[in-house]
Ligand binder design. Structure first.
Ligand SMILES: Nc1ncnc2c1ncn2[C@@H]1O[C@H](COP(=O)(O)OP(=O)(O)O)[C@@H](O)[C@H]1O
Ligand SMILES: N[C@@H](CCOP(=O)(O)O)C(=O)O
Length: 321
């Protein structure tokens, strides 16, 4: 997370008093992340995470996100659960923003995942896809193929200041994806941001998933493509097929892929790389003044995209078809 909205002691004490969680002992802003403002809150009963929802979150989507965590936890998936106020509300208001308190999840993310971590992630992602199958609420992916060009247009006039020729490269990729994006793949609830910082481990065993604020209904294999991008490149941006193979082995041990998903994987990986290139580009060019946030490097995703552009079959990701 980041901290965009500062909270005063008085405001926080009044907010916490609405919950049956004990007395506030301490709180501090969490610098990680980029989307919302997050605080680690300690009361005399437990630790909690307090989230104030910021610009990219539509308040109308909050019930989808909060109830999804309840639904998945109810199915045995380890993820934070929202804490209800004494009035039974999952969502409140703090410092003028929608806000929620969720349970603290034990564990730590890994910065440099090994193949074992990737396999664990694959299994957990597939388990989440199965657990989400009967979730009754739905949410369209606001950052799907239809959202990419309008998002790009917001950075287009300044994007070559980030890298010469970037605008032309993105335009060509959008043209390609608009012509080749797969339709009718198996779909359901996806996490859509299952990066390493959103997956916790304890002693190398996956202890839970966090940050469901991009979750939506979309092709299940698109979630895999996001994770291949986020987990399977080395620091020097070389693709590590051993990690990809481990992730896909873990995933398919829980939920086998259809032939159409197999065939679609290279184009889905290109789309996933472009999606994160575009949001990072936008954020890079629009850091709010005074915010405690470190924007993420858009160029990392341009390089990943270029790798996927060289791939002509899912075999390159270690899958045997
Ligand atoms: N439920 C939780 N339990 C423990 N730590 C959490 C929890 N939720 C968030 N965090 C911590 O806060 C950081 C940012 O949270 P995240 O949901 O990823 O924010 P953002 O949506 O802004 O990216 C995480 O990297 C983690 O350190
Ligand atoms: N994962 C995204 C940014 C959003 O990440 P968050 O987990 O910090 O909300 C990226 O790396 O571009």
């Amino acid at each position: 997370m980041a901290v965009y909205t500062e909270v005063s002691d008085e405001e926080l004490n009044a907010f916490i008093a609405q919950y049956d969680v004990g007395q506030l002992l301490s709180y501090k802003g969490i610098a990680e992340g980029v989307e919302n403002s997050n605080y680690l809150v300690q009361t005399d009963t437990a630790y909690f995470i307090l989230t104030l929802y910021e610009k990219r979150v539509n308040p109308d989507d909050l019930p989808f996100f909060l109830k999804l965590k309840e639904h998945l936890a109810g199915k045995g998936l380890s993820c934070p659960t929202p804490v209800a106020s004494r009035d039974g509300e999952l969502l409140g208001t703090l410092a003028g923003r929608p806000a929620a308190l969720v349970t603290f999840l034990q564990g730590m993310s890994v910065k440099r995942p090994r193949p074992e971590h990737c396999e664990e992630l694959g299994k957990a992602m597939a388990a989440m896809h199965l657990a989400g199958a009967d979730y009754e609420l739905t949410r369209k992916n606001a950052l799907d193929l239809n959202g990419w060009r309008p998002l790009f247009e917001q950075s287009q006039d300044r994007c070559d200041t980030v890298h010469p020729g970037l605008g032309a490269e993105i335009t060509a990729e959008l043209d390609y994806l608009e012509k080749n994006w797969p339709k009718d793949l198996p779909s359901g609830v996806i996490h859509a941001d299952l990066f390493t910082d959103n997956v916790f481990f304890l002693n190398d065993r996956l202890s839970g998933l966090i940050d469901f604020y991009f979750a939506c209904n979309d092709a299940l294999a698109y979630d895999i493509a996001i994770c291949l991008n986020a987990w399977c490149f080395e620091q020097d941006l070389a693709f590590n097929v051993t990690k990809a193979k481990a992730m896909l082995k873990g995933y398919t041990s829980v939920r086998p892929l259809t032939a159409a998903e197999f065939d679609a994987l290279p184009v889905l990986c290109r789309g996933a790389a472009l999606r994160f290139l575009l949001t990072r580009l936008y954020d890079w060019l629009s850091v709010p003044e005074g915010a405690l946030v470190t924007p993420k490097d858009p160029m990392e995703y341009l390089k990943k995209l270029r790798f996927h552009q060289t791939v002509d079959s899912a075999n390159a990701y270690g899958l045997e078809g």
